[in-house]
Design a binder for this molecule. Sequence first.
Ligand SMILES: [Zn+2]
Length: 200
Amino acid sequence: MKYCQYCSKSLILRIPDGDNRERYCCDSCGAITYENPKNVVGTLPAHENKLLLCKRAIEPRRGKWTLPAGFMENGETMLEGALRETKEEAGAEVIIKPDSLYTLFNLPSINQVYIFFRAELANLDFSPGVESEEVGLFSEADIPWSEIAFPVVKTTISNYFEDKRSEYFPVRMFDVHHHPERKVITEIISDSSSQSTDHN
Ligand SMILES: [Zn+2]
């Protein structure tokens, strides 16, 4: 970020008065630009014992498989955004149940939060959108595990098939830390299934 979006003068990275971290400040018009994490929202579109995955037609991770997901837009809710992305990337209509919220990931290293919702395909009329090369249904045995685009997607899919055995899908939140040498560490922070056992 170099220029003020209001007056086009140069921005200076400094700690504003009364603040405690660096912001892009415009000393010409006084505007301060705050940068905050972005939400990425998506679904796990299920049909019988399979999940719908999209093969990415765009960078990053072009050619790798992922769940339909993307950045939330202003004016929409997380679920609305997830449904929009599912339609855009996989051409799929889905049915959402009241317990759809499934996994949350904090990625402080890249300033993103991922949220995935469980969904049922309303029909089998899916087709790749412009950001996908291909879309397809995969059973657990057919998932291309080594070709999954992002660790958050891999964690979400593997949790799903694990939970599918008992048809019980607790909500889980993870922290994901990106370390040097491209190492990614995923740590579980909250698990709604642990509530029931805490009372015993
Ligand atoms: Zn300005």
